[in-house]
Ligand binder design. Structure first.
Ligand SMILES: [Zn+2]
Length: 310
């Protein structure tokens, strides 16, 4: 499988789009393409699209003189990686879909199924900003917030495929209602969506995004600065909780909001430093792989599964 002509068919399926690639065993990308998910068609049609796109990519690999050796698929929601089942996903509509076995049947080669953020963590830990580090926490901040813990290059899925839900750690008891039913979850206080919504409510500008808030805060606008700082403080509360539990060497911040760069990183580092008591401070850095992390990570997961079952 380490032959120079081997590639993995890798897909990262999101609520709106799929990032797909042919990835070599060393993590370099041979070919990339994107497709709309069109989740409104329902889970059966989405599954059929996934299998069709994966099959076409395997065909493309062969046409290029390469040998597809495995399929890696990443999906959002609750994912049972051990059994290869997409258990639940709000934005794609999966309910107990045995995606791994379906891919094996359709493509005739081994397959692995992973959680989008946890495989993104795997990619950042092994190929991106966490390279060479043993204990890495990746936190994706976008519409929601989720984390992935990687220890010695292996992701930690948890007993039920639900580990890393940092977004639903309550940081503001009684605070903003969260989609999960609780109040004051980190995701409800500090996601890009939460920041945009809070600013829109207070400013009366319905179209303001988290990115606008970051930019205006950096320029010194008082309201934006206050909303941004509230989110940063909530994020720091979440991160210091994670540090108390995991004691990682490095925290890699990814997802849309991390694109704000130093406007996010500087204040977050300062707010975490203020909360450090017995903890050992993690280094806090920005992700390096952008939105390709999930796709690369699903390829890594597939390659790992080949090693486990020779
Ligand atoms: Zn929640």
């Amino acid at each position: 499988m380490n032959g120079s002509d081997s590639v993995v068919v890798a897909l990262d399926v999101g609520g709106t789009g799929m990032k797909c690639a042919l990835v070599r065993p060393d993590g370099t990308v041979h070919h990339e393409e994107r497709h709309p998910t069109r989740a409104e068609r329902g889970p059966e049609a989405v599954t059929e699209t996934i299998l069709g796109v994966a099959g076409a990519l395997a065909g493309k690999a062969r046409a290029d003189g390469l040998t597809p050796v495995a399929t890696g698929i990443a999906v959002p929601g609750v994912v049972d990686e051990h059994n290869g089942v997409a258990v639940w996903s709000a934005n794609v509509g999966f309910r107990d879909v045995p995606l791994r076995d379906l891919a094996v049947q359709r493509l005739g080669m081994p397959a692995a199924l992973g959680h989008d953020v946890r495989v993104g963590a795997l990619a950042e830990a092994r190929l991106g900003a966490g390279r060479g580090r043993r204990h890495v926490l990746f936190v994706a901040i976008g519409t929601g917030i989720a984390g992935g813990l990687v220890i010695d290059g292996a992701g930690y899925p948890g007993a039920h495929g639900a580990a890393g839900e940092l977004g639903h750690v309550v940081v503001r008891p009684g605070g903003t209602p969260c989609g999960c039913g609780l109040r004051g979850c980190l995701e409800a206080e500090a996601s890009a969506k939460a920041v945009g919504r809070r600013y829109a409510e207070l400013s009366g500008e319905p179209t303001a995004t988290a990115f606008d808030v970051a930019t205006r805060a950096a320029r010194g606008e008082e309201l934006a600065r206050r909303v941004w700082q509230d989110a940063v403080e909530a994020l720091a509360d979440g991160l210091i909780t994670a540090q108390a539990l995991y004691d990682v060497g490095i925290v890699v911040l990814g997802g849309g909001l991390a694109e704000a760069g130093d406007e996010l990183l500087g204040p977050v580092r300062a707010a975490v430093a203020q909360r450090v008591t017995f903890h050992r401070s993690p280094e806090i850095v920005r992700a390096e792989l952008g939105d390709t992390a999930g796709c690369l990570g699903s390829a890594l997961l597939a390659l790992d599964s080949l090693k486990e079952t020779p």
